[in-house]
Design a protein around this ligand. Structure first.
Ligand code: AMP
Length: 286
């Protein structure tokens, strides 16, 4: 695997592949790689004769909480070993100074997507996300980029940015990878104790409560409001868990679902704190 730290070296490395007509797929990450990230890379690697670029960059502009940025895990040697094992072609590993000048302005009108759920709870987060993903797309000029469903709102925001800026990149979304008990994998999970991991399972349980209840809703035996209240009860009664939001939405807009929504358009979203770690998860009907 080739490791490059500057945009110039990256362009040199990728131009030779591009002239060979090879499809370039980018998987942007903040490192502390786990099986969820690797599933994105494996999906990228399925293309014959393609080139897979993974970026690892803990982007300061998307952290609205300085403590979260400071505590973000950075096990780079382990990440490099995992990327080698999975067969990644190029690792782009820039310093902050390579990606940002002294004072940069960035502002995009992302509409409601920037104002609900993650947008509401983490002011400025999606401005930082679009800022860095735009820079990464500029640096890599990928044909495709893959993101995880785990961060569904982030995916919708990036889709909106690509649309507004008219970028020639195809976006793909990969399903959420969970541990054997159902906890969605996240780089932040390493900060949970065994007890915290156990307590965090209620996030998955609350999402499943709604998704599994949808057949009763379709049969007219319950309402979305009731399912939401029951799930919220589960979360509020769970020891060690502080809920930020739990909502049943339209997966295309993230606006609250109306009772006449098609089941396949439903997504259930949750954000909660366990042991000072902020966790998010979501579930769609499959
Ligand atoms: P991050 O390093 O947290 O910024 O995540 C990098 C990419 O991996 C994003 O597109 C995430 O949505 C995706 N990702 C994170 N956790 C998971 C997971 N458990 N399953 C699938 N994709 C994930």
């Amino acid at each position: 695997m080739k490791i490059v730290k500057t945009k110039k070296a990256l362009a040199e490395c990728l131009n030779s592949f591009r002239t060979q007509g090879r499809m370039i797929t980018l998987v942007p990450t903040m490192g502390a790689l786990h099986t969820g990230h690797l599933s994105l890379l494996r999906l990228a690697l399925e293309t014959d004769n393609g080139i897979v670029v993974c970026s690892i960059f803990v982007n300061p502009t998307q952290f609205n909480d300085p403590e979260d940025l400071q505590k973000y895990p950075r096990p780079i040697e382990q990440d490099i070993a995992l990327l080698e094992q999975v067969g990644c072609d190029v690792l782009f590993l820039p310093e902050v100074s390579e990606m940002y000048g002294e004072q940069e302005e960035w502002s995009m009108d992302l509409g409601m997507l920037d104002q609900v759920w993650e947008g509401a709870q983490r002011p400025g987060h999606f401005q930082g996300v679009t800022q860095i993903v735009y820079k990464l797309f500029e640096a890599v000029q990928p044909d495709r980029a893959i993101f995880g469903q785990k961060d569904l709102q982030q995916y919708l925001v990036i889709e909106e940015m690509v649309r507004q800026k008219g970028l020639p990149v195809q976006l793909m979304m990969a399903p959420t990878v969970r541990d054997d008990k159902g906890l969605a994998l996240s780089s932040r999970n390493v900060r949970l104790s065994p007890t915290g991991r156990q307590q965090a399972l209620v996030l998955n349980q609350s999402l499943r409560h709604v998704v599994e209840g949808l057949s009763r809703w379709e049969a007219g035996e319950t309402s979305l409001q009731t399912l939401q209240r029951e799930a919220m009860d589960l979360l509020e009664k769970a020891p060690g868990v502080h809920v930020e939001y739990f909502t049943i939405c339209d997966r295309r807009t993230l606006l609250p679902a109306e009772e006449n929504i098609e089941t396949t358009n439903i997504v259930v979203l949750v954000a909660a704190w366990v042991e000072g770690v902020r966790l998010i998860d979501n579930m769609v009907v499959t």
